[in-house]
Write a protein that binds this ligand. Sequence first.
Ligand SMILES: NC(=O)c1ccc[n+]([C@@H]2O[C@H](COP(=O)([O-])OP(=O)(O)OC[C@H]3O[C@@H](n4cnc5c(N)ncnc54)[C@H](OP(=O)(O)O)[C@@H]3O)[C@@H](O)[C@H]2O)c1
Length: 333
Amino acid sequence: MEQRTLGSQGLRVSALGLGCMGMTFAYGGQDDTESRATLERALELGVTFLDTADMYGPHTNEELLGSVLSRRRDEVTLATKFGNEIGADGQGTGRVNGRPDYLRGQIDGSLQRLGTDHVDLYYQHRVDPEVPIEETWGALGELVEAGKVRFLGISEAAPETIRRAHATAPVSAVQTEYSLFTRDVEDNGVLATCRELGIGFVPYSPIGRGFLAGTIRSTDDLPEGDWRRNSPRFQGEALQANLRVLDEVNALAERKGVTPTQLALAWVLAQGSENSDVVPIPGTKRRRYLEENVGAVDVPLSAEELEAIEKVAPAGVATGERYPAAAMKTLNH
Ligand SMILES: NC(=O)c1ccc[n+]([C@@H]2O[C@H](COP(=O)([O-])OP(=O)(O)OC[C@H]3O[C@@H](n4cnc5c(N)ncnc54)[C@H](OP(=O)(O)O)[C@@H]3O)[C@@H](O)[C@H]2O)c1
């Protein structure tokens, strides 16, 4: 598997990562046995950059990864996150917490659950507008000095916040949603700021939370309790409008002889600069999907093909917000 560099501090990762969230959280159909087998298969295929968060579960996702990876720690680049606040009862509070004393407690919990003494990439999951970013990042810098964390990242942050964080302790990666259906970072200054400051970019939900795979045609295709049932894009008229665009994208995939998911991932991979600074983390809990997705690394898209995709799916083509209204308010601080 090709390796890419995230940021200017020396973090090297596989060109495609693996998003582990759905193994225990957000999406239905969980199966720990298949998830563990998927993690093992990922390492066999060279997909060694694994993405989790304390909030996924909460805690169960890190525990699942720890149960497999503590035996294979040297083979993986482990990324986890803090900041979506988890209360003393172990449940999410719905608030964001960027206070130094909070994150010092969170990293210790993550290390314990992951069965390791260090995390390779530690992200602030959401920015806390109540805490100056310099305070949060001062404490994060101390975690690097203490050897608990090797590199630092931030998720869904505004350009000015990225700049201020980076001036406090080096930011190696920004993680934000990016796919054919979510292209905000192209014109809200996030990608431009990353490139200016030499920060790597990690697109999350690069398959549009599964939508671009083409298997979800109705809300009824989603299991009970699946987060996407509450996502504006997967409902009613918006879903129908999005399916019309998707059918045109899928026709291009068919013409090229690749699957819809491979085309969606190849498009994200093609957005990297000359320095290949983009590393998507498609999520799956199944070996079958993982194997298909890895194939996208070997799907180059020509200028003509990128143009054809652009024609049917220009920026802003998706109908409906990418999060429910309350969650939209936590983005881009
Ligand atoms: N920083 C943040 O705030 C944030 C937010 C969301 C996600 N993330 C991270 O980003 C990762 C990826 O995002 P995501 O999981 O939300 O969305 P995604 O990668 O766009 O899509 C995941 C969905 O696509 C399905 N899928 C994957 N490969 C497929 C294939 N080849 N054919 C058909 N369906 C396929 C998966 O199904 P199965 O589940 O059945 O395998 C899952 O439902 C997460 O796991 C998480 O680590 C971060």
